[in-house]
Structures are given as C-alpha cells and as structure tokens.
Design a protein around this ligand. Structure first.
Ligand code: FMN
Length: 404
C-alpha cells in the first residue's frame, strides 16, 4: 500500500515520525509531506532517514527553473501514485483549508488533486477542537467522505485536559491499513471475538483474575476489521485501545461474557474465543468490603459456565475457533478441546514458553483443525498470527463445506 503522510504544524508533529515507522512496519510505502509550519517542529531529515525517501516540503521548490517546473507537477504525480492520504497531526488550519478548498502549499494542493482515501487525525488544544469553526470544518470534511479519526482525551501539551490529543501512532497506522487494505475477504461476515481476562468479584473492591493482556484477541479483531468484517469484540478489562472499526462490548465477569456472546450469536458467522475466561467464580461475593482479620479465610468457588461448549452446542454452521493455553501436551489437549467443545479449530499455545503468550507482542501457536491437520505457525507478531488464523479458517470452511 502506498501512503502519503502529511504532517501539519502542531505540537504532536514529533509523533508523526513514529507513525511513519508504524506504517512501514505494516508494509506500507510512505511518502512524507511536511507543511512549512511542521518544519518548525520537526526536521525533514528525521522522516527522510526513517522512510529512506526525499521528503516534500515545498510546492515551488527553492532552486533552478528546472526544479521549479519538476516540482510544480509533483503534487499530481504523488496524488496518482498513492492509495491513501493520512494527515497527522491535522491542524485546525489544515482542516479549514481542506474544507474551504484552499491550496496555498504542497499538502493542500495535493489534497485537491488526490482521489484516494483521505484520513485526517486532528490534534490541537481543546478550545480549538471545540470551536464552532473547527466543528463545521470537520462536519464538512466527514460529509465529503474523509475519515476523521477523533482525537483522544487527556492531558495536552498546553497543560489543559480535554479532547485534542493525537491518538497512539500504532493505532492510527492500524486504522490506515484497515481503511486502505484492498484484501476484503471477510466482507459480509460478522466476526464475534472474545478477548482479555475476566474478573470474578470477591467483594466490591477485590476480584480473582489472570494475566491475560487481551493483545491476541485485539490483534484478531484488528485483522478481521482490516479484511472487511463487521467485528464485535467482547472484552474483559484490559488496557488496550479498541482497533479502528471494531464494536466493543465491555464485560467483567465470565457470566457477563457468556451473556454478551450469546446475544451476538444469531448474527455471527465466525466466533473466535480467545479470552482467558475464569474457570471458577466466588460462590457468594460479599455485598460489602470484607474486613481484614488475623484469622485464615477461605473462598468457596463454583465453576463458571463453559462458554465455548455452549457456543459449540448452538453454533449451527458458524465457524467456531477456540483457544487453548497449555503448559504441556499441546496438540493432544488442542484436539481434545476441539472435539469436546464442537469447535472447528483450536489455536493452541504453550504459555510456559519463554517470550510468548501473555502480555507479549509475539506469539507462536499451533493450529489444530477439524480436518485433522496440525499446523505449527512460526513465531510472529500477534497481528501477523491473527491474519494467518483467518487464512487457515477461510480455507478450513471451504474444506468443511466441500465435505458436507
Ligand atoms: C508551539 C505551538 C504549538 C502549536 N500546536 C498546534 C496544534 O497542536 N494544533 C494546531 O492545530 N495548531 C497548532 N499550532 C498552530 C499552528 O502551528 C498554526 O496554525 C500553523 O499555521 C499551522 O500550519 P499548517 O496547518 O500549515 O501546518 C501551534 C503553534 C505553536 C506556535
């Protein structure tokens, strides 16, 4: 995918360097265009070194008549060669110029000449973001089909707290890839994914939980959205941004997760159960905070409902993918789980292995398929593993249909 990264003159311009890297890590070719104001915040050299490409800063060039002539048509060439234009940070000034169709410099001229997808990531002081002029410009740009990624809320560089912060560059990169991706082989599917741990209350302030970070499930959600699916992510409490284009259903306990999944089941065509659901919950959680005493205390636990098994009993012709976190006998346990839960595929991983699994950005899994195949995927980022899971899932569904 060929991406133009337009950088405006905002305090968040330094984050655009990280965005350039994050886009390249996702396989994009990145052409950076800086406005003159952006050049006050960050040097073109930073981007040139990162992207290994000349950075465009000027509509007219600065040298000879020859250079002026070649650069004067460059905006047309750049517009034609690229699939996506992402502007981050998109300043209030750029939003106004884009909305009005003004073209005083390279980036604004390029915007008018560009016919691909436009993604704007505004970042500014909260008052600027909430100003009626900016609101009108954003509404105009959105109505035109430009994707406006809403800024995050939080502490801003100007010292105030509110909406206006540039989202995490990795999140923006994932959104750009999702919007620009041409492979849409999950279009028309509704993929329901569970992720993260569950929390089982002991009393109003304490709970039993586990080390699941949710990263694998969130990567699966990002991959499915990228490939065109409607994605519903039923997630336990995690500290992750919801991927672009993904609908979040936030839950805490195993019982809440079960109810949310069963509510989504009628519309689902693929269900991926990657959450680390508690096996037990406290039989009688206390209504008030338990007081500390010197005496030993014990908790009575009841088994939680087995969501995978319940979905397996009611799955019809939906594709059901389960996860098995094991410390030994990986394939045998994966196969046992697949058969007893009526799953079509189990993604098994050895959580005891160094450097993978809980909290890590990489994973190394073995796919156990209903066809009898056992496929060991190489160690890779969770996002890459997620795509491979869908590659095999789609192939598996064809094989299962051909059999029946
Ligand atoms: C220190 C400083 C920080 C600024 N930060 C922002 C910002 O975060 N967002 C914004 O919209 N404008 C910001 N501005 C104002 C823009 O730099 C100004 O509107 C400029 O004309 C934008 O040019 P451009 O849109 O062509 O890049 C800031 C200005 C200064 C001096």
């Amino acid at each position: 995918m060929n991406v133009i990264l337009g950088v405006g003159g905002g305090i968040a311009a330094y984050k655009a360097a990280e965005l350039a890297r994050a886009l390249m890590e996702r396989g994009a070719n990145v052409q950076v265009v800086l406005t003159a104001a952006a050049g006050e915040f960050i040097r073109p050299l930073t981007f040139a070194a990162l992207t290994n490409r000349k950075v465009i800063t000027d509509l007219f060039g600065t040298g000879s008549a020859e250079e002026v002539l070649s650069s004067s048509v460059e905006h047309i060439r750049v517009a034609q060669e690229n699939d996506v234009l992402v502007v981050a940070p998109a300043t209030a000034d750029l939003l106004a110029k884009f909305a009005a169709g003004l073209a005083p410099d390279f980036l604004t001229t390029l915007y008018l000449a560009f016919t691909g997808r436009v993604i704007l990531a505004p970042a500014m002081n909260t008052n600027m973001w909430e100003h009626a002029a900016t609101r009108e410009n954003v509404a105009k740009l959105a109505a035109r089909g430009n994707v406006v990624l809403p800024p995050d809320e939080g502490l801003l560089a100007c010292g105030t707290t509110g909406a206006g912060r540039l989202p995490d560059p990795a999140w923006i990169a994932e959104a750009v890839v999702t919007i620009g991706e041409r492979r849409k082989d999950l279009e028309g599917e509704t993929v329901v994914i569970t992720a993260g741990p569950t929390q089982e209350a002991i009393d109003p302030v304490r709970f039993i939980s586990n080390h699941s970070s949710g990263k694998m499930g969130y990567a699966i959600a990002a991959a499915a959205a990228c490939r065109g699916a409607r994605v519903v992510l039923v997630s336990g409490p995690v500290n992750l941004d919801v991927p672009y284009g993904v609908e979040l259903v936030a839950v805490k306990s195993a019982a809440e997760m079960r109810d949310a999944v069963m509510r989504q089941l009628p519309e689902a065509t693929i269900i991926v159960k990657s959450a680390a659901v508690a096996d037990y919950h406290v039989a009688n959680p206390a209504a008030q905070k338990l007081k500390k005493t010197p005496a030993r205390m014990s908790l009575e636990l009841d088994p939680t409902v087995d969501i995978l098994a319940e979905v397996g009993r009611n799955k019809g012709d939906r594709l059901l993918i389960g996860f098995a976190a094991e410390t030994q006998n990986l394939v045998a346990e994966g196969r046992r789980k697949m058969e007893t839960k009526n799953a079509d595929m189990v993604v098994a991983n050895l959580v005891s292995k160094e450097g993978i699994g809980f909290g890590s950005d990489v994973n190394e899994v073995t796919l156990v398929l209903k066809t009898g195949e056992v496929i060991a995927l190489p160690r890779a980022t969770k996002r890459v593993v997620a795509d491979q899971i869908f590659d095999h899932a789609l192939r598996l569904r064809l094989a299962l249909h051909a059999r029946s």
